[in-house]
Design a protein around this ligand. Structure first.
Ligand SMILES: [Zn+2]
Length: 255
Protein backbone atom coordinates (compact mmCIF):
# COMPACT_ATOMS: atom_id res chain seq x y z
CA UNK A 1 0.00 0.00 0.00
CA UNK A 2 2.78 2.33 0.99
CA UNK A 3 4.48 1.73 -2.38
CA UNK A 4 1.35 2.64 -4.36
CA UNK A 5 1.07 5.84 -2.37
CA UNK A 6 4.64 6.83 -3.27
CA UNK A 7 4.00 6.23 -6.97
CA UNK A 8 0.88 8.35 -6.84
CA UNK A 9 2.70 11.25 -5.20
CA UNK A 10 5.46 11.05 -7.76
CA UNK A 11 2.96 11.20 -10.63
CA UNK A 12 1.29 14.20 -9.09
CA UNK A 13 4.54 16.12 -9.21
CA UNK A 14 4.65 15.67 -13.01
CA UNK A 15 2.05 18.44 -13.27
CA UNK A 16 -1.70 18.89 -13.59
CA UNK A 17 -1.81 17.21 -17.01
CA UNK A 18 0.04 14.05 -15.92
CA UNK A 19 -2.61 11.61 -17.31
CA UNK A 20 -1.53 12.93 -20.71
CA UNK A 21 1.85 11.29 -20.21
CA UNK A 22 0.20 7.97 -21.00
CA UNK A 23 1.01 7.59 -24.72
CA UNK A 24 -2.24 5.66 -25.27
CA UNK A 25 -4.17 8.78 -24.32
CA UNK A 26 -2.11 11.20 -26.36
CA UNK A 27 -3.65 10.31 -29.73
CA UNK A 28 -7.00 11.62 -28.48
CA UNK A 29 -5.52 14.70 -26.87
CA UNK A 30 -7.21 17.87 -28.23
CA UNK A 31 -3.90 19.64 -28.89
CA UNK A 32 -2.50 16.60 -30.73
CA UNK A 33 -5.77 16.31 -32.67
CA UNK A 34 -5.80 20.02 -33.49
CA UNK A 35 -2.25 19.97 -34.84
CA UNK A 36 -2.92 16.77 -36.82
CA UNK A 37 -6.07 18.27 -38.37
CA UNK A 38 -4.22 21.47 -39.27
CA UNK A 39 -1.44 19.40 -40.88
CA UNK A 40 -3.77 17.04 -42.77
CA UNK A 41 -5.67 20.07 -44.10
CA UNK A 42 -2.32 21.62 -45.07
CA UNK A 43 -2.98 24.66 -42.88
CA UNK A 44 0.23 24.01 -40.96
CA UNK A 45 3.04 23.64 -43.43
CA UNK A 46 6.29 21.71 -43.05
CA UNK A 47 8.91 23.79 -41.28
CA UNK A 48 6.37 26.03 -39.49
CA UNK A 49 7.65 26.93 -36.05
CA UNK A 50 5.40 25.56 -33.31
CA UNK A 51 6.14 28.02 -30.53
CA UNK A 52 4.93 26.78 -27.13
CA UNK A 53 3.67 30.19 -26.06
CA UNK A 54 1.82 30.88 -29.30
CA UNK A 55 0.26 27.41 -29.34
CA UNK A 56 -0.74 27.64 -25.68
CA UNK A 57 -2.43 30.97 -26.43
CA UNK A 58 -4.05 29.80 -29.68
CA UNK A 59 -5.42 26.63 -28.06
CA UNK A 60 -6.14 28.03 -24.61
CA UNK A 61 -4.01 25.61 -22.63
CA UNK A 62 -0.76 25.42 -20.66
CA UNK A 63 2.78 25.27 -22.00
CA UNK A 64 3.25 21.93 -20.19
CA UNK A 65 0.31 20.49 -22.09
CA UNK A 66 1.70 21.84 -25.39
CA UNK A 67 5.15 20.42 -24.61
CA UNK A 68 3.68 16.95 -23.99
CA UNK A 69 1.67 17.09 -27.21
CA UNK A 70 4.73 18.20 -29.21
CA UNK A 71 6.90 15.44 -27.71
CA UNK A 72 4.25 12.89 -28.67
CA UNK A 73 4.06 14.24 -32.23
CA UNK A 74 7.87 14.24 -32.44
CA UNK A 75 7.86 10.53 -31.58
CA UNK A 76 5.53 10.04 -34.56
CA UNK A 77 7.78 12.13 -36.87
CA UNK A 78 5.03 14.70 -37.38
CA UNK A 79 6.99 17.33 -35.47
CA UNK A 80 10.75 17.87 -35.28
CA UNK A 81 12.34 19.22 -32.12
CA UNK A 82 15.73 20.92 -31.92
CA UNK A 83 17.63 21.73 -28.76
CA UNK A 84 17.38 25.49 -28.00
CA UNK A 85 15.38 26.13 -31.19
CA UNK A 86 12.05 24.52 -30.35
CA UNK A 87 9.55 22.51 -32.36
CA UNK A 88 8.64 22.70 -36.05
CA UNK A 89 6.22 20.87 -38.32
CA UNK A 90 8.20 17.93 -39.72
CA UNK A 91 9.85 18.59 -43.04
CA UNK A 92 10.73 15.26 -44.60
CA UNK A 93 13.83 14.87 -46.75
CA UNK A 94 13.44 13.84 -50.39
CA UNK A 95 14.61 10.30 -49.54
CA UNK A 96 12.08 10.03 -46.71
CA UNK A 97 9.33 11.26 -49.04
CA UNK A 98 10.17 8.53 -51.57
CA UNK A 99 10.27 5.91 -48.82
CA UNK A 100 6.83 6.96 -47.55
CA UNK A 101 5.32 6.45 -50.99
CA UNK A 102 7.08 3.10 -51.35
CA UNK A 103 5.59 2.07 -47.99
CA UNK A 104 2.13 3.28 -49.02
CA UNK A 105 2.24 1.21 -52.20
CA UNK A 106 2.83 -1.92 -50.11
CA UNK A 107 0.38 -1.11 -47.32
CA UNK A 108 -2.45 0.06 -49.58
CA UNK A 109 -2.16 -2.95 -51.88
CA UNK A 110 -2.69 -4.98 -48.69
CA UNK A 111 -5.65 -2.87 -47.49
CA UNK A 112 -7.40 -3.04 -50.90
CA UNK A 113 -6.90 -6.80 -51.01
CA UNK A 114 -8.17 -7.41 -47.45
CA UNK A 115 -11.05 -4.93 -47.90
CA UNK A 116 -12.27 -6.95 -50.91
CA UNK A 117 -11.92 -10.23 -48.97
CA UNK A 118 -13.99 -8.90 -46.08
CA UNK A 119 -16.47 -6.78 -48.01
CA UNK A 120 -19.97 -7.31 -46.60
CA UNK A 121 -23.29 -5.47 -46.81
CA UNK A 122 -22.28 -2.82 -44.27
CA UNK A 123 -18.88 -2.28 -45.87
CA UNK A 124 -20.45 -1.85 -49.29
CA UNK A 125 -22.93 0.68 -47.90
CA UNK A 126 -20.16 2.61 -46.14
CA UNK A 127 -18.00 2.72 -49.27
CA UNK A 128 -20.92 3.75 -51.49
CA UNK A 129 -21.88 6.51 -49.04
CA UNK A 130 -18.32 7.83 -49.01
CA UNK A 131 -18.12 7.77 -52.81
CA UNK A 132 -21.39 9.71 -53.00
CA UNK A 133 -19.99 12.29 -50.55
CA UNK A 134 -16.84 12.70 -52.64
CA UNK A 135 -18.87 13.02 -55.84
CA UNK A 136 -21.25 15.55 -54.34
CA UNK A 137 -18.95 17.82 -52.38
CA UNK A 138 -17.94 21.32 -53.35
CA UNK A 139 -14.46 21.03 -54.86
CA UNK A 140 -13.85 24.70 -54.22
CA UNK A 141 -13.86 23.94 -50.51
CA UNK A 142 -10.17 23.09 -50.40
CA UNK A 143 -9.99 22.14 -46.71
CA UNK A 144 -13.02 19.82 -46.88
CA UNK A 145 -11.66 18.25 -50.09
CA UNK A 146 -8.39 17.36 -48.41
CA UNK A 147 -10.12 15.63 -45.47
CA UNK A 148 -12.56 13.82 -47.74
CA UNK A 149 -9.92 12.42 -50.09
CA UNK A 150 -7.76 11.26 -47.16
CA UNK A 151 -10.87 9.61 -45.65
CA UNK A 152 -11.21 7.42 -48.75
CA UNK A 153 -7.84 5.74 -48.11
CA UNK A 154 -8.60 5.43 -44.38
CA UNK A 155 -12.01 3.89 -45.11
CA UNK A 156 -10.41 1.22 -47.34
CA UNK A 157 -8.00 0.48 -44.47
CA UNK A 158 -10.94 0.25 -42.02
CA UNK A 159 -12.74 -2.16 -44.32
CA UNK A 160 -9.56 -4.30 -44.32
CA UNK A 161 -10.43 -5.17 -40.71
CA UNK A 162 -6.86 -4.98 -39.39
CA UNK A 163 -6.08 -2.31 -36.80
CA UNK A 164 -2.34 -2.43 -37.41
CA UNK A 165 -2.88 -1.76 -41.12
CA UNK A 166 -5.36 0.99 -40.22
CA UNK A 167 -2.87 2.70 -37.88
CA UNK A 168 -0.10 2.41 -40.46
CA UNK A 169 -2.35 3.89 -43.16
CA UNK A 170 -3.34 6.83 -40.92
CA UNK A 171 0.31 7.49 -40.10
CA UNK A 172 1.44 7.22 -43.72
CA UNK A 173 -1.40 9.47 -44.94
CA UNK A 174 -0.23 12.20 -42.56
CA UNK A 175 3.43 11.75 -43.37
CA UNK A 176 2.89 11.70 -47.15
CA UNK A 177 0.73 14.79 -46.72
CA UNK A 178 3.83 16.49 -45.22
CA UNK A 179 5.97 15.15 -48.07
CA UNK A 180 3.52 16.50 -50.66
CA UNK A 181 3.33 19.86 -48.88
CA UNK A 182 7.14 20.02 -48.84
CA UNK A 183 7.83 19.03 -52.42
CA UNK A 184 4.82 20.27 -54.37
CA UNK A 185 3.36 23.67 -55.07
CA UNK A 186 1.26 24.87 -52.09
CA UNK A 187 -2.47 24.19 -52.14
CA UNK A 188 -2.43 21.20 -54.52
CA UNK A 189 -4.76 18.36 -53.53
CA UNK A 190 -3.17 15.19 -52.12
CA UNK A 191 -5.28 13.01 -54.40
CA UNK A 192 -6.37 13.36 -57.99
CA UNK A 193 -10.15 13.51 -57.51
CA UNK A 194 -11.03 11.21 -60.41
CA UNK A 195 -9.10 8.17 -59.19
CA UNK A 196 -11.28 7.29 -56.20
CA UNK A 197 -14.54 6.45 -58.07
CA UNK A 198 -12.51 4.05 -60.21
CA UNK A 199 -10.83 2.31 -57.26
CA UNK A 200 -14.09 2.28 -55.26
CA UNK A 201 -16.05 0.67 -58.11
CA UNK A 202 -13.41 -2.03 -58.56
CA UNK A 203 -13.50 -2.80 -54.81
CA UNK A 204 -17.30 -3.01 -54.95
CA UNK A 205 -17.02 -5.33 -57.98
CA UNK A 206 -14.51 -7.44 -55.96
CA UNK A 207 -12.07 -7.21 -58.86
CA UNK A 208 -8.98 -7.58 -56.75
CA UNK A 209 -6.26 -7.48 -59.41
CA UNK A 210 -7.70 -4.40 -61.11
CA UNK A 211 -8.42 -2.63 -57.78
CA UNK A 212 -4.85 -3.15 -56.53
CA UNK A 213 -3.53 -1.97 -59.89
CA UNK A 214 -5.76 1.14 -59.82
CA UNK A 215 -4.61 2.01 -56.29
CA UNK A 216 -0.95 1.55 -57.25
CA UNK A 217 -1.45 3.76 -60.31
CA UNK A 218 -3.21 6.42 -58.18
CA UNK A 219 -0.30 6.49 -55.69
CA UNK A 220 2.22 6.67 -58.55
CA UNK A 221 0.37 9.66 -60.00
CA UNK A 222 0.50 11.48 -56.67
CA UNK A 223 4.19 10.68 -56.26
CA UNK A 224 4.97 11.93 -59.77
CA UNK A 225 3.71 15.39 -58.80
CA UNK A 226 6.39 15.87 -56.15
CA UNK A 227 9.79 17.11 -57.29
CA UNK A 228 13.00 17.34 -55.28
CA UNK A 229 13.28 21.08 -56.03
CA UNK A 230 9.67 21.84 -55.12
CA UNK A 231 10.54 22.80 -51.56
CA UNK A 232 8.58 25.94 -50.65
CA UNK A 233 8.14 27.93 -47.47
CA UNK A 234 5.18 29.84 -46.18
CA UNK A 235 3.97 30.94 -42.77
CA UNK A 236 0.51 31.34 -41.32
CA UNK A 237 -0.78 32.67 -38.05
CA UNK A 238 -1.45 29.82 -35.61
CA UNK A 239 -4.49 31.42 -33.98
CA UNK A 240 -6.16 32.00 -37.36
CA UNK A 241 -5.44 28.45 -38.54
CA UNK A 242 -7.01 26.80 -35.47
CA UNK A 243 -10.00 29.16 -35.52
CA UNK A 244 -10.67 28.42 -39.19
CA UNK A 245 -10.54 24.65 -38.81
CA UNK A 246 -12.88 24.87 -35.79
CA UNK A 247 -10.47 23.61 -33.10
CA UNK A 248 -11.79 25.14 -29.93
CA UNK A 249 -9.59 26.31 -27.15
CA UNK A 250 -8.86 23.35 -24.83
CA UNK A 251 -10.18 25.09 -21.70
CA UNK A 252 -13.51 26.01 -23.28
CA UNK A 253 -13.80 22.49 -24.79
CA UNK A 254 -13.39 20.97 -21.32
CA UNK A 255 -15.75 23.40 -19.64
ZN1 LIG B 1 -6.48 9.15 -53.10
Amino acid sequence: MKRTHTVKRKRKRAGPSSPLLDPRNMDDDPVVQGILTAISQKRLKPGTKLGEDRLAKALGTTRIHIRQALAHLASRKIVMQFLNRGAFVYRPTWDEAREMFAARRVIEAATVSAAIDLLDKNGRAELKAHMAREAGHDRNDRWASLSLTADFHILIAKLAGNRVLLDMTRELMLRTSLAIATFERPGSPDCSPDAHPDIGSLVLARNKTAAIHAMAHHLEEIEERIKPDGDTRDDDDLTTIFKEIGVRSVNSANA
